[in-house]
Each structure stands twice: as structure tokens, then as C-alpha cells.
Design a protein around this ligand. Structure first.
Ligand code: HEM
Length: 345
């Protein structure tokens, strides 16, 4: 049966290239190989987000009069609706964490060096998209917390000179967060961002197939490798199964909650703070003058984006301690600001 099925496609389109790819592709093995699993795990999690997101969209209504009710209906009446919504909620948190781990691990292994510069730039753009997914999805349940936190979020860019107010207006679609904002966030979350994400991730993963996995400089003399198909793919699948098990444990122990519906004319509740992955930005804005904070963050993001072109030593396959220290400083800053925000708010 299998032979006939393969034969059917082989006769019509030449599968020999695919067969050659499966036979030849291998993955280097050394003491840092563990980090190679995070790209695949991110791919698995984003697929799960797309599937659960489509299921949620079957019931969701992007209208302030019905948005909260439609989410409540999914949680209380739709069969397994709570499960799908909770997987989408926890999956988003896991995805952000895994993408950050994948980014820092490829950074410290200097995987951005020639010829993978474009993979790195695509990666930074994909991280921006992942964060934009979480931001646009946050308003959709139309709860008190999601409404007022989004209000703070959409107003933050207006601090920036020149383009700031324009960005805020585009996101709001009016003079305040309201029905137009909800429609915009919904369209971004379910149409525009998924299209961009599929495009950029496809390119990113295709390039990873073209170049194969990079080997960190410290391991350059190790020649061991395992075959991708089926050996590494089986290990990948085991990592996905482990990730899914942890995700389902969180989902069943702590299902996603649903706060009260917002009444936009009421004053904002005190002590609003963003999700954990935005806390370092929040704390930076709280501790430093706004223009300095926004300016520094914008500059840091630009430097991060073009790091493969700044780190000329790594491109020539030489050790670049300065950039390792720079990455460590960024990581330490992000973690300490996050902890500070937790402790002081
Ligand atoms: C949803 C987001 C992402 C997905 C699905 C994804 C997927 C992948 C996959 C499947 C690989 C090949 C396996 C591996 O080396 O792990 C890879 C490699 C890579 N990714 Fe990503 N990635 C994502 C985000 C990012 C981000 C945010 C960055 C950095 C800013 C990044 C930078 C890289 C680099 C430099 C490599 C090459 C690693 C090497 O050859 O050693 N990726 N990615």
C-alpha cells in the first residue's frame, strides 16, 4: 500500500530530491546540541496556536457588545471549549518563552554568523510578530484588565517623537480604545499577523534546511553527527510530546480564567501591569525618563537586529568576547528588570 502510494506520487512528481534530502541531512552532535531542539519546539507550539486559534475563531465575536459573552460561551457551554481556550492561553506563554530561549541560545552559539545573517534578521522579526500576537490577542476577551492594559499599551508609542502619535491612532482606530480598536486587534491577530508569521517562518525554516545547523566555534573540531531522518526527527517528536505534556498539565491545573466584562466609563483599576514578557519594558519606562527609555529600547532593538553585521569577528569565524558579554548584559538586564517589576508592583 505504502509502496503504491509513494509510487503514485513518484511517477507524477520527482521525489528523488526529497529522498536525497532525507538521506543526506544530518545534525551535528556536541555538548551544546541540546539547544537545537528549541527551534523545532517553537514550530510545534506555533502550529498548536494556529489550530486552537482557528477553533476559537469559530465562536468569537469581535464586537464590544458580544465579545465577552462569546468567550464565556466557549468556556461554559461549548464542549471542550475551556480546554481549547486554555491550550491557546498557556501555549502563547510557552511559545514566547521557547522563542526567547531559542533566540538567546542561537545568539550565544553565534549561529547568526555568515551565512545565517538573514535567518537571524528573520528571527528577530518573527519575535516581534510573536509579541504582537500576544498584545493583539490580549484585548479580545474584553475584560476590565484586558481593556485598561491595552489602553496603556496603545498609548505607550505616543511618547515617541514624530511617528509616536500616528502609531497610537492607527492601533486605536479612533480617539480612544473602543469598538474600532477591537476590530483592528482582531483583524491583526487572526489575519494580518498569521499571514506574515507563516511567510517569515517558512523562509526561516527553509533557510535552516539550506544551511543545516551551525556548530559553535568551541565545538568546531567535533565531527560527530546523527541522521536527521529518522533519528533527529524522532528526538524532536519526543521533545514535542514532552512540551505538550507539560502544557496539558498547566492547562488542567490552571485553566485560563475570564475576568469581568469591562465598563469603559469606569476608572482604570489600580496596579495594572502587563504580562511577564513585557515587564522589563514596563519597568524600564517606570524607572527612567520616558524619552530616554523609549530611545534606548529602540536603539537596542536595532542593534540586536543587525548584530550579524556588527560582529565582524564572528563572521570571520573568530571568537568575539565583546558580543558574548553584550548578549549576557542584555539577558541579565531583562531578567533583573522583570524580577524588580514583580517585587515592586
Ligand atoms: C516562532 C518562532 C521561530 C521558529 C518556529 C523557528 C524555527 C527554527 C528552526 C526549526 C530552526 C532549525 C533548528 C534549530 O537550530 O533550532 C531554527 C534555526 C535558527 N533560528 Fe529560529 N525560529 C523561530 C524564531 C527565531 C528567533 C526569534 C531567532 C533570533 C532572533 C531565530 C534564529 C535562528 C537561527 C540563527 C537559527 C540557526 C541555528 C543554527 O544553525 O545553529 N529563530 N529556527
Amino acid at each position: 500500500m505504502k509502496q503504491r502510494l509513494v509510487g503514485f506520487f513518484d511517477e507524477r512528481m520527482d521525489l528523488s530530491a526529497l529522498r536525497r534530502w532525507a538521506k543526506e541531512k544530518s545534525v551535528p552532535q556536541h555538548k551544546h546540541s541540546f539547544w537545537y531542539y528549541f527551534g523545532g519546539l517553537a514550530l510545534f507550539l506555533i502550529t498548536l496556536q494556529i489550530i486552537t486559534g482557528i477553533l476559537l475563531a469559530l465562536y468569537y465575536s469581535p464586537n464590544p457588545a458580544y465579545a465577552h459573552e462569546s468567550v464565556k460561551y466557549v468556556m461554559e457551554t461549548v464542549k471542550y471549549g475551556w480546554l481549547i481556550r486554555s491550550i491557546h492561553f498557556w501555549g502563547a506563554n510557552f511559545l514566547v518563552a521557547v522563542v526567547f530561549i531559542h533566540m538567546f541560545s542561537t545568539y550565544f552559539m553565534k549561529a547568526y554568523r555568515k551565512p545565517r545573517e538573514v535567518m537571524w534578521i528573520l528571527g528577530v522579526l518573527i519575535l516581534g510578530l510573536v509579541l504582537a500576537f500576544t498584545f493583539t490577542g490580549y484585548l479580545l476577551p474584553w475584560t476590565t484588565l484586558s481593556y485598561f492594559a491595552t489602553k496603556v499599551g496603545v498609548n505607550t508609542p505616543s511618547i515617541m517623537p514624530i511617528l509616536g502619535r500616528f502609531i497610537t491612532r492607527i492601533m486605536e482606530g479612533g480617539r480612544d480604545v473602543g469598538a474600532a480598536t477591537l476590530t483592528r486587534m482582531f483583524t491583526l491577530h487572526t489575519v494580518i499577523l498569521p499571514l506574515l508569521a507563516v511567510l517569515l517562518i517558512t523562509l526561516h525554516v527553509l533557510l535552516s534546511q539550506v544551511f543545516g545547523s551551525s556548530v559553535p566555534l568551541s565545538q568546531a573540531n567535533k565531527r560527530e553527527a546523527i541522521k536527521f531522518f529518522p533519528n533527529f526527527l524522532m528526538r524532536d517528536a519526543a521533545v514535542w510530546a514532552g512540551g505538550l505534556a507539560i502544557l496539558l498539565a498547566m492547562v488542567t491545573m490552571f485553566p485560563a480564567g475570564l475576568g469581568p466584562k469591562v465598563n469603559p466609563v469606569m476608572p482604570a483599576p489600580v496596579g495594572i501591569k502587563p504580562e511577564w514578557y513585557f515587564l522589563f519594558v514596563f519597568e524600564t519606562l517606570r524607572r527612567f525618563p520616558e524619552t530616554i527609555a523609549i530611545g534606548t529600547i529602540t536603539l537596542a532593538v536595532l542593534v540586536w537586529l543587525i548584530v550579524p553585521f556588527l560582529d565582524r569577528r564572528a563572521s570571520r569565524n573568530q571568537k568575539s568576547t565583546f558580543f558574548t558579554l553584550f548578549g549576557a548584559a542584555v539577558l541579565v538586564y531583562m531578567i533583573s528588570m522583570t524580577i524588580l517589576a514583580y517585587l515592586t508592583t
